[in-house]
Write a protein that binds this ligand. Sequence first.
Ligand code: AMP
Length: 219
Amino acid sequence: MKLVLLGPPGAGKGTHAKKLGGAYGLRHLATGDILRQEIRGGTELGGRAKGVIEKGGLVSDDLINEMMAKQIESGGADKGFLLDGYPRTINQAEALDVFLKHHGIKIDAVINFVTSEQVVIDRLSGRRVCAKCGGNFHVHNIPPKKEGICDFCGDALVQRKDDKPETVRHRLETYRKETSPLIEYYRQQGLLHDFPADQGVEPLQVELRKFFEKAGLVQ
Ligand code: AMP
């Protein structure tokens, strides 16, 4: 099963992708995670992306397209993949279409996480992440067992710099301008499926899994 997850920052794409990836053996390709890894590794790409990410803008289409083509080509996705945070512009979506066609790959569905702005702002301002293993928590909605400590690896949880209120506003504006046109783009291709994403994680997981079964995408 090959999916694109679409929605504003804070919609829950990463949280659901991790669960679905685990349940169905899908490779989770999250552009934000990959870029943060590049920054930690001190690579050239990381160096170019750092300032843009911290300001809440978008890294250039060419860099992202090249990075994601390499990721998809590197394999490890026999059972399929989840694209989380890619594409994020019409240019990226068009480049992805060309790339997939060239490789004879078809996207099965685009999952659109439909959220209200206030829910997204609450989720982002309360989000805490583990810089070491990528664990994702929320001070109220998904609290760690021990405050400030990652359940998975025991490292300290931190707030992402781009989850600070000023940057969140800019990221949402960027989403509205650059990414939301993709909703229509994929609707026209007959791939778009809307899911109400203001609800809690578990009920939405149930809805998603029912949809995959009904659509014959999983057994
Ligand atoms: P995320 O973790 O998905 O919220 O991504 C964090 C940041 O990485 C974004 O705010 C962008 O600066 C950058 N980024 C992630 N995905 C993309 C993309 N597809 N195109 C451009 N920039 C991206």
